[in-house]
Design a protein around this ligand. Structure first.
Ligand SMILES: CC(C)(COP(=O)(O)OP(=O)(O)OC[C@H]1O[C@@H](n2cnc3c(N)ncnc32)[C@H](O)[C@@H]1OP(=O)(O)O)[C@@H](O)C(=O)NCCC(=O)NCCS
Length: 168
């Protein structure tokens, strides 16, 4: 089955389909805060812009015949110029998604491998992502592991009172 899946670049013309995939992905995880129509219009506009040449975002699509069955997005994040021997960009992988009817056939692995190959060819240092619980094994198989040297501060989540920063 894997051999029938084709991975190709996302193009501006794919924006509306990709926006619907994005809606399905996120609303499977959390209740929607806007209508599918409002979100799709907003998201398709954003994606159409990011799929044009010159964007820091890259996208690949998994196709079976002429049906888009999944996609993944990668943002290349510039680091400051570095005087030591260290790669100067990071990669942020997001929205790896395969339609439910096509899961378990290797499309997700092919998409992730394609994004990682691009990271390697573009001199990416760390590849970052936030996994869903079910996808951890897929990422671990391809070399992802929890970092020992990274801190995350979620501004959308309140700090315990004892450690609230003093604004002064
Ligand atoms: C994650 C996902 C893209 C994998 O696509 P796929 O084509 O089924 O992947 P493959 O066939 O190459 O590999 C199967 C792996 O997917 C993962 N997986 C299986 N069911 C899953 C689920 N319900 N949710 C998330 N990941 C799942 C597992 O790691 C599985 O490997 P395992 O069975 O050895 O543990 C797909 O399951 C999906 O779209 N899930 C919902 C969205 C999601 O969680 N995306 C990850 C964003 S961080």
């Amino acid at each position: 089955m894997t051999t029938r899946i084709r991975i190709r670049w996302g193009r501006p013309a794919d924006a509306e389909t990709l926006a619907r995939l994005r809606y399905d992905f996120r609303t499977d995880l959390d209740p929607p805060a806007e209508t599918p129509q409002a979100f799709s219009a907003r998201c398709a506009t954003w994606m159409h812009r990011q799929l044009a040449p010159g964007s820091s975002w890259l996208c690949w699509i998994a196709e079976l015949g002429d049906e888009i069955v999944g996609a993944v997005w990668l943002e290349l994040i510039e680091k400051l110029p570095n005087p030591v021997a260290e790669r100067e960009r990071h990669g942020y992988i997001t929205n790896l998604y395969v339609r439910p009817a096509h899961r378990g056939n290797g499309a997700g692995t092919l998409l992730l491998r394609r994004a990682l190959a691009e990271c390697e060819s573009r001199g990416v240092d760390a590849v970052l992502l936030w996994p869903t619980p079910g996808s951890r094994s897929l990422y671990q198989r391809l070399g992802f592991a929890p970092p020992e040297d990274l801190l995350e501060r979620r501004l959308s989540r309140p700090l315990p009172e004892a450690v609230t920063p003093d604004p002064a």
